[in-house]
Design a protein around this ligand. Structure first.
Ligand code: FES
Length: 555
């Protein structure tokens, strides 16, 4: 028998083949958007949502290691990939009965306490029935390499997008060879810079910070390599991403961000849907209409739609629903239609579709900046926290810089902001004026939108935190009990403690808590960000105090 080309691996018992550079998800997409995951409490079906390695919609088990992201993992020959958290199968999961049994959510804080002697038993049962998969098998835990090398570098650049690459190029042009890390696998090299693809990072509190290497970072390279990096200076250029949205059944397979729609389309060569409702009216929504217009069923905007987008939609024959609330998605294992309500008049409509693309706002990927202790500032235009920086990108932490959209500059200014930061880092002034940043004044359109939407009767599950299956009403119960602030809400409900580390739930939770507490989002605060801010196997942390066998200088 002739073996098909590529790396042969098994997925739920069936042999598949991955070409060089292909991830597990890439090999599945030609058959449509797969429902890979079940949610941790209610066992609701979930599918890839972001396509960029942040959400929890594509987790699989690889060779006994749980919770590996299928959109990031490039399988090796002989790998055994299985779905997890479902029995007997991901398509039909008996434990989905929980979804009907607990319509108001499971109160794990106050429930399962009586009679007291039975509490340990409850806990054992709950731990078996909920959560993300099973613990790693001993072989998979042992196969993770402990930090095998230490790299020292003058400049560590985190993020190899437009801004990070501009930083690296400018540094190389001036004789500095930086270490450049990115979570993506396909990155064009920057000649002269050392590149680590498929790598995530967490800052570690340095035990004895030195002048030469005040920053210590634990990097983890898929599939199994830990790298310990000591750096004298760090540039954070980790970009931004499309936010999620609150509405009924907002976790249904088929609900995805614009990041997801673009990423999954580019790998599959066609969109992972037939027709989608696009939510948003800005530059990002315009991008979706321009690139995927043949597959757009309707454009729904929370406010007015700018004339150029109206024109683009009418040329493509796409109906527009301006000033509308996205009330709910219908369908069980996949979105089949959405319910809309016109703001003010309350007129309702239904649009048939098999996907919802969220393209209404981009938020900066800031957890790593919070974690390193940079002072942050609420910018009410986009409704998000950004680092406080000077004109060149220097943050409040000496030696840490921010560049690109994570620093608040708009897309065209990403690369110039990186060049500027690199020059400032080398002590050279930039002749150009500093790039404009997103506004820190004014209101966010979503505040009024949510005020109106949440005052209406609701249908379907409203999931406030998809990673931890926290329902909106559980979050509302936090304020109803008199607790205030997002950190307390996190401790009470578990919101923001999942694998995305709050990237998808917090932007909306901040707006919601601000509405309920009657104060600005900046006063609602932010959650404490502790390492790791990206999922990192504990084996890599556990090995930090072992002697590293290899020491390798990046610069
Ligand atoms: S689709 Fe893979 S992490 Fe979101």
């Amino acid at each position: 028998m002739v073996e098909p080309p590529g790396r042969q691996f098994s997925f739920d018992g069936r042999t598949r083949s991955a070409q060089p550079g292909e991830t597990v998800l890439d090999t599945l997409l030609p058959e449509g958007l797969p429902n890979l995951q079940r949610s941790p409490h209610y066992h609701r079906p979930r599918a890839p949502m972001c396509g960029i390695g942040h959400c929890t919609g594509c987790l699989v088990r690889v060779n006994g290691r749980p919770n590996v992201r299928a959109c990031r993992y490039e399988p090796s020959s002989g790998d055994r990939v299985t779905t997890e958290n479902a029995w007997p199968s991901r398509r039909f999961d008996v434990l989905a009965i929980f979804d009907g049994l607990f319509p108001s959510g499971i109160d794990t804080l106050h429930g399962f306490r009586r009679p007291a002697f039975a509490t340990p038993l409850y806990h054992r049962v709950i731990r078996r029935l909920t959560g993300y998969g099973a613990p790693p098998s001993p072989t998979s835990a042992n196969s993770l390499s402990f930090p095998p090398e230490i790299r020292t570098t003058d400049v560590l650049v985190i993020g190899a997008g437009r801004a990070g690459r501009a930083v690296a190029s400018e540094l190389v042009a001036n004789g500095v060879a930086p270490l450049l890390l990115d979570r993506a696998s396909r990155i064009e090299p920057v000649p002269g810079a050392t590149l680590l693809p498929r790598t995530t990072v967490s800052f570690l509190p340095p035990p004895q910070p030195t002048k030469e290497a005040p920053f210590e970072v634990l990097a983890f390279t898929e599939p199994s390599r830990g790298v310990r990096v000591w750096a004298r200076r760090v540039v954070v250029a980790v970009g931004s991403y499309d936010a999620s949205l609150l509405f009924g059944s907002n976790d249904r397979p088929g609900v995805m961000t614009a990041d997801g729609a673009f990423a999954l389309t580019s790998t599959a060569g066609k969109p992972p849907f037939h027709t989608a409702v696009v939510f948003g009216a800005g530059e990002r929504a315009r991008g979706v209409v321009d690139r995927l217009g043949d597959h757009v069923a309707a454009l729904v905007a929370p406010g007015a739609v700018p004339p150029d987008l109206v024109r683009a939609c009418s040329e493509a024959g796409i109906p527009i629903y301006p000033r509308s609330l996205l009330v709910a998605a219908n369908g069980r294992s996949r979105v089949r239609s959405v319910e809309l309500r016109t703001r003010g008049s309350g007129a309702t409509s239904r649009v048939e579709c098999d996907a919802v693309v969220l393209a209404h706002r981009r938020v900066p990927n800031v957890p790593v900046l919070f974690q390193v202790g940079a002072r942050m500032q609420w910018r009410s235009g986009p409704g998000a926290y950004y680092p406080e920086i000077d004109a060149d990108g220097q943050t409040s932490v000496a030696g840490v810089w921010a560049a690109g959209s994570v620093s608040g500059v708009t897309r065209p200014a990403s690369a110039p902001s990186g060049t500027r930061a690199a020059r400032a880092l080398m002590g050279t002034a930039s002749p150009e004026p500093p790039p404009e940043r997103v506004p820190s004044e004014g209101g966010n359109e979503l505040e009024g939108y949510y005020r109106e939407l949440l005052a209406r009767p609701r249908t379907g599950r409203w999931v406030a935190c998809a990673c931890e299956d926290i329902l909106l009403q559980e979050l509302e119960a936090v304020t109803a009990r008199g607790y205030r602030g997002v950190e307390v809400a996190k401790r009470y409900s578990g919101l923001g403690t999942g694998l995305c580390q709050g990237r998808y739930c917090l932007p909306d939770a901040l707006l919601l808590l601000a509405l309920r507490e009657g104060r600005p989002p900046s006063e609602v605060g932010f959650i404490t960000q502790r390492p790791p801010v990206v999922p990192t196997p504990l084996a890599a942390f556990a090995a930090l105090d072992r002697p590293s066998p290899v020491r390798e200088d990046a610069a």
